[in-house]
Ligand binder design. Structure first.
Ligand SMILES: [Zn+2]
Length: 203
């Protein structure tokens, strides 16, 4: 980062790797105290990681990450983890909930802990796309779904509620009501069975 400037009261602007970014920040005082900035912002640009981290960290200090707990068991997860695939740096599982009654949805996750899209390393991108593509084929094979959707949430305002980056992959059907649908828990048996169906369909 080479420069930082404030735009009005609740926004700041900075350049990183030649690209200008504008961020809303909920608390300029917090940013200021973290960076020790007491002068003009341009003279006291904080380290990139510190700036990014200060903007969207929601996991409490003692957070016991449920996805890390599963990642630690790889490549031999318990059946209850409903893991579908394991790659070098990412894995996929059937989560604890489905939406709008559409079953067979999956999460793709990094095996390492990264809280959200602000943290995720660039070099995981190809594994995320590879896993997503493989799951999409498996969902078509296993469930004969008509479409596939992905979505990914960051921060409470972005509907994130587990503080470990995850990408949702959904099988879709005409007029299935996914986006307005209720979030409903699976039984463990359902998750284990769906994960087994998807693992077979991956081959
Ligand atoms: Zn984690």
């Amino acid at each position: 980062m080479r420069a930082l400037s404030y735009l009005g009261f609740r926004k700041l602007r900075f350049v990183h790797a030649g690209v200008w970014y504008t961020w809303p920040t909920p608390d300029l005082l917090t940013l200021s105290s973290l960076t020790g900035n007491r002068g003009t912002p341009q003279e006291h640009a904080p380290p990139w990681d510190l700036l990014v981290g200060s903007l969207m960290k929601n996991a409490p200090p003692s957070y016991e990450c449920p996805f890390c707990r599963i990642a630690e068991t790889l490549p031999s997860p318990t059946p209850e983890a409903a893991v579908v695939l394991v790659d070098a740096d990412v894995f996929a599982l059937v989560p604890t909930h489905h939406y709008a009654g559409i079953k067979g949805n999956c999460l793709v996750l990094p095996r390492g802990h990264y809280e959200n899209v602000l943290d995720i390393p660039d070099n995981l991108g190809s594994e995320f796309f590879r896993a997503t593509r493989r799951l999409a084929h498996a969902m078509r094979n296993a469930f004969r779904c008509e479409g596939i959707s992905t979505r990914q949430h960051n921060g409470p305002a972005g509907d994130q509620d587990v503080w470990h980056f995850h990408l949702h992959v959904f099988p879709r059907y005409s007029n299935d009501g996914l986006h307005a649908g209720q979030k409903v828990p699976y039984t463990n048996e359902e998750r284990i069975e769906l994960a087994a169906s998807l693992r077979v369909a991956l081959r």
